[in-house]
Design a protein around this ligand. Structure first.
Ligand SMILES: [Fe+2]
Length: 135
């Protein structure tokens, strides 16, 4: 399955939305690499991008939250930190074992569903706060 970007994922903050779009695309590329049975090298490339971009995006979001003294910064950062561990572990497993059905299903739940829920919940709240502060 591929994840679709639509307006229900738009926080209204330009930088965040741009990066979220990119993350969803990276996730779809990863899933496609898993589905196509592409070689280890190609899989590693999509994993590298996905993990690297996740780290960059979270750092940018956290910087923004600090800049505007977002009151839920610490808990939001904790969610990010936990997720980075999940993504890192899954990436290692995928590289070791290849895209087994079990691992692909974990990519869908632990990465895909987590990400969409995080965007629609935590990130929407944060973006609304930042927007109110910058108005
Ligand atoms: Fe976030």
């Amino acid at each position: 399955m591929a994840y679709k970007w639509d307006s229900s994922l738009e926080t209204g903050h330009e930088m965040i939305d741009k990066q979220h779009k990119q993350l969803v695309a990276a996730l779809n590329n990863l899933l496609e690499a898993c589905r196509n049975g592409t070689g280890k090298e190609e899989l590693a490339k999509t994993l590298d991008f996905m993990t690297g971009y996740t780290i960059k995006h979270f750092a940018d979001e956290e910087k923004l939250q600090k800049q505007y003294q977002y009151p839920d910064y610490l808990i939001h950062k904790q969610y990010h930190d936990d997720f980075k561990i999940v993504v890192g572990d899954l990436a290692n497993q995928l590289l070791e074992e290849g895209p087994t059905d079990e691992l692909v299903s974990l990519v869908n739940t632990s990465i895909g569903e987590w990400l969409l829920n995080h965007i629609k919940g935590d990130d929407f709240r944060m973006a609304a706060y930042v927007k109110a502060k910058t108005r």
